[in-house]
Design a protein around this ligand. Structure first.
Ligand code: FRU
Length: 463
């Protein structure tokens, strides 16, 4: 580990240098999981958007193969924006948005921007076929602004479908549904809306789990409430029940994927074992906390750990649990004890996991280090993640959530060099945040529970 990079993650994927945002093109092909991402290799504050690429067979050993796509075509000259992978006949079909901004006095919302739907294919995430432009602004319905992006493709009842995120001219966020027989020629089918639910929906994803349809979107423009929508932008999913593409879409309640400070633009894929895996961007665009100390180390942002999605039979909601492969990272059991009225106090190294069960009593408090506290209040079924030291939170203050099953029974926490991911009640709710510990890390826990701590190893990354 490079000592100059105090905060570089041990087991999360970050950019080797520069900037990372959304996960892109997630898929598994011949045993290899491909993880592309929005990447500005030379600019830790973001800038010229490319696609970077990691691959792994086991989520322990990764290979970073560098920049896969650069904005070098007329149709994507201002950014190779987000997109997806569709695997067919041993190839990845990689769809993305080619961003083009015209020179001139444009607002780039209603005029001056092209959003081209682009395709390349690849067998390995290293070599790409020539870029093809499949759709341009004039191919999208007429009532839209210039904000159309982030194609996600899937097969349903023998036909290919693509969803794209969009903003109408009346500032309504929506998802556009297209269909195709050959992955190259696409026709518009319909728009999927939830009236007055934000002005733009980014990064849509439509998938089926346990026979039910779910639409994941990252809406912009929702008003903050005390226990939800606390970030600048949100991401979550609508249940669509037994919906099939021919039906009118009825979007049920919106559930946020994550209640922490740093989670946005997730994407899911089905792996070769049939597992639905979600990876999110551990970051937040346009957040007031945009001066992370990692910028001085020449890099910024990470992807979350991969999470497996499952539908809870009782609530019908999606639970997110760390992929079982994450167990391979456990290197050593640090402690395992019943915590009664005696608080637990431990000096910790970067990279550990906590498993907390049998939670009883009125409150549970975890101080991850001086300056950041997680608190659970049984009386209200409420959890808070609070930063009290500006250096540790770096502009982050507090996030709150109510637990859907009101009592906290279990907690599983992954702590990396500068991040905390908390999975409550087997993934019923999740809170993800970056934090920047100062000096030595002393973990303090108070409450009545069983607590086990494990030291986690770093993943191997070869170039
Ligand atoms: C989401 C997003 C996408 C876009 C990409 C550009 O974070 O704004 O809508 O394609 O980032 O980097």
């Amino acid at each position: 580990m490079d000592k100059e990079k105090r905060y570089y993650p041990l087991f999360h994927l970050g950019p080797m240098s520069g900037w990372l945002n959304d996960p892109n093109g997630l898929c598994q092909l011949s045993g290899v999981h491909h993880i592309f991402f929005q990447y500005s290799p030379d600019e830790p504050r973001g800038g010229r958007k490319c696609w970077g690429h990691y691959e792994t067979r086991d989520f322990v050993s990764y290979r970073f193969t560098g920049t896969f796509l650069e904005p070098d075509a007329v149709e994507d000259r201002d950014g190779v924006y987000s997109g997806c992978a569709y695997v067919k006949d041993g190839r990845m079909y990689l769809f993305y948005t080619g961003n083009v901004k015209w020179a001139g006095a444009y607002d780039y919302v209603y005029a001056g921007r092209e959003a081209n739907t682009m395709l390349v294919t690849s067998c390995d995430g290293v070599l790409a076929s020539p870029k093809e432009c499949l759709m341009r602004n004039e191919d999208y319905p007429g009532n839209l602004s210039c904000h159309v992006r982030d194609p996600k493709v899937f097969l349903h009842q023998g036909r290919y479908y693509m969803v794209q995120g969009a903003r109408t001219r009346d500032d309504e966020g929506c998802v556009l549904l297209f269909s195709s027989m050959d992955l190259r020629h696409w026709g518009f089918e319909k728009a999927i809306f939830k009236p007055k639910f934000g002005y733009m929906w980014e990064c849509p994803d439509l998938f089926w789990l346990s026979g039910k349809a779910f639409l994941s979107v990252s809406p912009q423009g929702l008003a903050a409430e005390e226990f939800c929508y606390q970030n600048v932008y949100q991401s979550g999913y609508f249940s669509m029940g037994k919906w099939s593409v021919l039906d009118e879409a009825s979007l049920e309640e919106f559930h946020e994927w994550d209640y922490g400070f740093d989670f946005y633009a997730p994407q899911t894929y089905e792996d070769e074992q049939g597992r639905r895996i979600l990876i999110g961007w551990m970051g937040m665009p346009d957040a007031p906390y945009d001066h992370d100390p990692t910028i001085a180390e020449g890099w910024q942002h990470m992807l979350t750990i991969p999470r497996q999605l499952q539908v809870d039979d009782v609530t019908g909601r999606i639970r997110q649990t760390p992929l079982p492969e994450m167990l391979q990272l456990r290197e050593e059991e640090l402690f395992c004890c019943e915590m009664e009225n005696e608080p637990l106090l431990r000096k910790m190294e970067d990279g550990y996991e906590l498993l907390i069960s049998d939670i009883k009593g009125e409150t549970l408090t975890i101080i991850f280090c001086d300056g950041v506290t997680f608190t659970y209040h049984a009386a209200y079924g409420k959890c808070c993640l609070t930063f009290t030291d500006e250096r540790v939170g770096c502009g982050r203050d507090e996030r709150r959530m109510y637990l859907q099953s009101s009592a906290l029974r279990t907690l599983r926490v992954f702590v990396d060099a500068c991040s905390i991911e908390l999975f409550c009640n087997d993934g019923e709710e999740v809170m993800t945040t970056k934090y920047f510990p100062q000096d030595e890390i002393v973990l303090r826990m108070d409450g009545s529970a069983k607590v086990c701590g494990y030291r986690l190893r770093a993943v191997d990354i070869c170039k």
